[in-house]
Design a protein around this ligand. Structure first.
Ligand SMILES: [Zn+2]
Length: 262
């Protein structure tokens, strides 16, 4: 699979509901697919009363308007515009995009997971309010900021198998393309750079470094284009990570990043 090769970049290529207020997400559910001017004119703004009283020595507000309903035009307008642009470009056959329904779905998933987490936290205050900021061990104990956890902001939710799924979505349709090499899976794209795959030499390399910066350098090769051979090589790497005698903690860490904690 490969990204479309476009010789231009549309304004909007990714959508992340986490970055918007609830009111903004609801606004989008109502107005997606309409010209921005139609949606934005429904937003109520008023003059911030505090901005009328200028404090000595302070700059005047650039924009003294506040939006009491929580929808800021500057954050939703680019999305409405971007969607219109994607629709136009698709109509003229310039690209394929995932469509308005996919954005709606991303918003609905965000609301669903957020509500679920809030309820779990309410029932059991030791359950984290934002569980994806934690890593979860085999006993189900959360560790804030542990291996694999979202850092800084909420980025993922957990599907029914416990896999992390990003809330943000790519808007450009991914096309199947004929490629000489096996496509990496989603997990591999997120993989740790100490677990390195070199597709030109058909091998996996262990790039765990010791304190002096020496790379472990363990490699496992596979036959070009053979899914089975590649998967066997990966299994051998897995064994290496589990049994390496040097830099044991680091090898274990790469192991759990690549293969989970069990
Ligand atoms: Zn190694």
């Amino acid at each position: 699979m490969a990204k479309q090769n476009l010789d231009f970049t549309p304004k909007l290529t990714r959508f992340n509901p986490v970055r918007l207020s609830d009111a903004e997400n609801r606004f989008l559910l109502t107005h997606l697919g309409k010209p921005a001017i139609m949606g934005v004119r429904t937003i109520k703004g008023e003059i911030n009363p505090e901005s009328r009283f200028r404090m000595p020595g302070q700059k005047r507000d650039q924009d003294p308007t506040i939006y009491p309903e929580g929808v800021i035009p500057a954050s939703v307008r680019p999305i409405l515009d971007g969607v219109m642009e994607l629709e136009e470009l698709q109509r003229f056959g310039e690209l394929k995009w995932v469509g308005i329904e996919a954005i709606r779905k991303a918003i609905e998933i965000w609301f669903r997971e957020k509500t679920k987490w809030a309820n779990m936290h309410k029932r059991n205050p030791t359950f984290p309010r934002w569980p994806s900021l934690y890593s979860w061990d085999a006993k189900g104990t959360p560790h804030r900021g542990g291996v694999g956890a979202d850092s800084g902001e909420v980025k993922t939710w957990f599907d029914e198998k416990g896999n992390r799924v990003p809330f943000a979505i790519d808007l450009l349709e991914i096309e199947d393309a004929v490629e000489p090499f096996l496509p990496p899976t989603r997990d591999e794209l997120q993989s740790d750079d100490r677990f390195y795959e070199d597709p030109t030499t058909n091998r996996f390399e262990c790039r765990v470094k010791d304190a002096e910066g020496n790379i472990c350098g363990h490699t496992e090769s596979y036959d070009s284009g053979s899914r089975r051979s590649r998967s066997l090589a990966k299994t051998r790497m897995r064994r290496h990570l589990k049994t390496a005698k040097d830099e044991v903690a680091q090898h274990r860490e790469v192991y759990s990043l690549e293969f989970g904690s069990n």
